[in-house]
Design a protein around this ligand. Sequence first.
Ligand code: URA
Length: 267
Amino acid sequence: MPQPAPETLDALGLPRWLLRARAGSGAGEVAQATGGVAAVTDSEPAVAASRAGAVPPASTLAAASLAVSAPTNTGRSADVVETLEALRAEVAGCQACALAGGRTQTVFGNGNPHARWMFIGEAPGRDEDARGEPFVGKAGRLLGAMLNALGLTRDEVYVANVVKCRPPHNRDPEAAERAACRGYLDAQIRAVKPELLIALGRVAAASLLETDAALGTLRGRIHALPGSELPVVVTYHPAYLLRQPVHKARVWEDLLRARQLVVPQVV
Ligand code: URA
């Protein structure tokens, strides 16, 4: 088990991302809510050796992904990377829905091609549209901090969105747009072969599970991706947590439950 990095834990051994709230809002409520989390916190929490809260720049992530995929000792590395790169090129030219007209570039996804955990977000925002990488803005930094507290970095998981182009004014992607992009997401899942999907927020949960149920009712249990046995854990979107930090404790619970089901570290 990696040694805790002191900067990721507070005096009680709780991850700092959980307690860090927007100035002037929610910090007390979050601190209170963590009482419930202690019950599911491991006695030996794994904590990242890397910087708390920092998401590596896109170039670092790309390099890390390549470093993981470079060895050709199993054929599988090369195959997965090749498949994902072919898919990335296809997505880059996609004109399947009106979102194509408003994008700076497509945002395919990134991370470890052999990841055990695959996070699914909703759609690129302004930062992602500019960078061409998922979750690189404020919400992405929070996602990075959550991963760090689990002893993970962004290059050990795979991150993708339901739709690959930014919707205007960051509105929710419409059903037709989600449907137009669905084949790409399914192909990413087939290529990476994760052992667990984590749906971040209502749009991702609704798309993956084909349901209109409220997010609160989907949390707290393990679902299966329709038509398969792939487990799906549903939790709040990091952007929502930035507005409602009181729910951070619930997300931490969800992540710890996910870790009980599937060890996230890539071997
Ligand atoms: N929100 C998402 O759902 N996805 C991103 O990539 C960024 C923000």
